[in-house]
Ligand binder design. Structure first.
Ligand SMILES: Nc1ncnc2c1ncn2[C@@H]1O[C@H](COP(=O)(O)OP(=O)(O)O)[C@@H](O)[C@H]1O
Ligand SMILES: C=C(OP(=O)(O)O)C(=O)O
Ligand SMILES: [Mn+2]
Length: 538
């Protein structure tokens, strides 16, 4: 039998029995629980180290959205939002409840959305104590003593040890993450990757905010300068959102998910950061380094042999090693995490072809074109022996998280740009220079930081710009603190012809990809397209 506090929270989720319910435990209590249950180990900096199991990243092919009367016409169905039957959802839900019946469970009241007008009240049910700590860190924490016995706007049940039977449950394989907008519930099973929970709620807000609140949701990080000037950094995974938003000279608003309201500026959805720690160094990323301490989690890392010191260079589990910490573990984080409408918008791309300039300025056409394109390149793990970069076009720099058609978000961004005509839009290549992946090298983080700082401080206002011959974006002639010769990517290639060919072939990929939006594209957006044919025929 559950006590009344637990029962009030769990009965609406169909849960009436559990071995024990741990409700809203403190971080220290959750760390103790995780250690007691052998879910993890303590590192010598005080963080809890845990493994996510077979899944060390999200599994987009196993992410479903329940298709019913509520969503049939509003959600954009296709290879991203994979439809799931409502009956099958209910069946899985019941099975999960049954699975949890004899388990200790960790329940948490939290919320998402740092602007009270857009707050989403959450309830999370976890099989794992460390997952519940992840939710404490990553979602917003109710104020001390607040009554959180609310009816949630959305709930998550996350049971990594529960596996679906694809033959009867309607899943693709044993793991799944399913969003149900009618039941207001997310079910996650068969995977221990904690990011599924935060990205699940991101998916929910990506539906509700544009659809019901005329608010643009964005896969971006954000920070703000002393003068209140906000910057947002859009980018797919690994392009630098988290790293570049942690800037000792600017207040951190958030590292991954934000909303832009019709009148009140931007707000973070989350209460924490989820930073990659592969090859993390104190010298290059001091703020993230210092955030790894008691209360933080490190995922899928290993110790230096014979010590409890994390070996950030160790990729034996995955390249996607992570840390999750509450946002105030970053010194100059701003709470509540809200700020004015952005003055500068950065699109981050990790271009493995070494073609795009490390910094360029976009007019509205180029901005809309690049936003719809969402180009980056994923580089496969070197241990697989793959040397070819994998080109990715992910609309709005986050297509996998968007329940609505990408044009909905793009239209809203276009409207915001019209309403804020002074906003600057920059394209930053945090990827390769001096040749493609394999021949060139990754852009130095210190240079990328210097370029962003210069853009933010207005130091590029008086600089001369030239148009990139193929992409048409405006490339500055100089940037303080950055060697001039790297600003034009062609300079950095020893073989210029090869650069031109690679650039043309990337331009063609852009054009081919944009074919998807033929119905939507208008003259203004197409003016931002690269000159693929011209270059190819030259
Ligand atoms: N020039 C660069 N700009 C940004 N990040 C870089 C750069 N060079 C290397 N990196 C590394 O790339 C990774 C970027 O990851 P992260 O900031 O977590 O991306 P995101 O938050 O967009 O998923 C970090 O591990 C960072 O150290
Ligand atoms: C948590 C994630 O976000 P990002 O890599 O963009 O930080 C993810 O994509 O799993
Ligand atoms: Mn990130």
């Amino acid at each position: 039998m559950l006590d009344s506090a637990a029962n009030a929270r769990l009965a609406p989720l169909g849960i009436s029995t559990a071995a024990q319910v741990h409700l809203n435990l403190s971080p220290a209590a959750l760390v103790e629980e995780a250690l007691r249950r052998n879910e993890g180990t303590l590192t010598d900096n005080g963080a809890l180290m845990a493994d996510t199991g077979a899944f060390t990243g999200r599994s987009p092919k196993d992410r479903f959205v329940v298709k019913d009367a509520n969503t049939a016409d509003s959600v954009w169905w296709g290879d991203i939002n994979i439809p799931f039957e409502a009956d099958k959802f209910d069946q899985l839900h019941q099975k999960m409840v049954k699975y949890l019946e004899d388990k200790e469970i960790y329940v948490r009241d939290a919320y998402a959305g740092a602007n009270p007008d857009y707050e989403l009240k959450l309830r999370v049910v976890n099989e794992l104590a460390w997952h519940n700590l992840f939710c404490y860190n990553m979602f917003l924490r109710p104020t001390e003593g607040a009554d959180t016995s609310w009816t949630p706007d959305f709930s998550i049940i996350c049971a990594p040890g529960f596996e679906a039977d694809p033959a009867v449950d309607g899943t693709r394989q044993k793991n799944f993450a399913i969003l149900n907008f009618t039941k207001k519930m997310i079910l996650i099973g068969g995977t221990g990757y904690a990011g599924e929970m935060k990205k699940g709620i991101f998916g929910v807000l990506n539906y509700l905010l544009p659809h019901e609140h005329n608010t643009l949701s964005m896969h971006c990080s954000a920070n703000v300068g002393e003068k209140g000037d906000t910057a947002v950094f859009f980018g797919l995974s690994g392009t630098g959102k988290t790293t570049l938003s942690a800037d000792p000279n600017r207040g951190l608003i958030g590292d991954d998910e934000h909303g832009w309201t019709p009148d009140k500026g931007i707000f973070n959805f989350e209460g924490g950061c989820y930073a990659k720690v592969i090859d993390l160094s104190q010298e290059k990323e001091p703020q993230i380094w210092d955030a790894i301490r008691f209360g933080s989690i490190v995922e899928n890392t290993r110790f230096i042999e014979g010590t409890h010191t994390v070996d950030y260079a160790n990729k034996s589990v995955t390249e996607n090693t992570r840390t999750a910490y509450p946002i105030h573990y970053i010194d100059n984080a701003i709470e509540p995490s809200v700020a004015d409408a952005p003055k500068n918008i950065f699109f981050l791309t990790a271009d493995a072809f070494g073609v795009l300039p490390p910094i360029s300025k976009l007019d509205k056409s180029h901005a809309m074109y690049h936003f719809m394109s969402g180009y980056t390149a994923k580089v496969a793990g070197t241990e697989m022996g793959i040397t070819e970069p994998q080109t990715t076009f992910s609309a709005c720099f986050g297509a996998v998280f968007l329940p609505l058609h990408p044009t909905k978000y793009a239209e809203m961004l276009g409207q915001k740009m019209d309403e804020n005509p002074d906003v600057n839009v920059w394209l930053i290549n945090t990827g390769w220079t001096g040749g493609s992946y394999g021949t060139g090298s990754r852009m130095k983080l210190s240079y990328t930081r210097a370029m962003i700082t210069a853009a933010l401080n207005g130091e590029l206002d008086e600089v001369e710009f030239t148009k990139h011959p193929i992409f048409g974006v405006a490339v500055p002639a100089s940037v303080p603190g950055v060697p001039t010769e790297i600003l034009d990517p062609r300079n950095t290639w020893s073989n210029k012809e090869e650069y031109d060919q690679t650039a043309s072939s990337l331009a063609e990929k852009f054009v081919t990809n944009f074919g998807k939006y033929a119905d939507y594209a208008n003259e203004e957006i197409l003016a931002g397209a690269p000159k693929a044919q011209v270059a190819a025929g030259a």
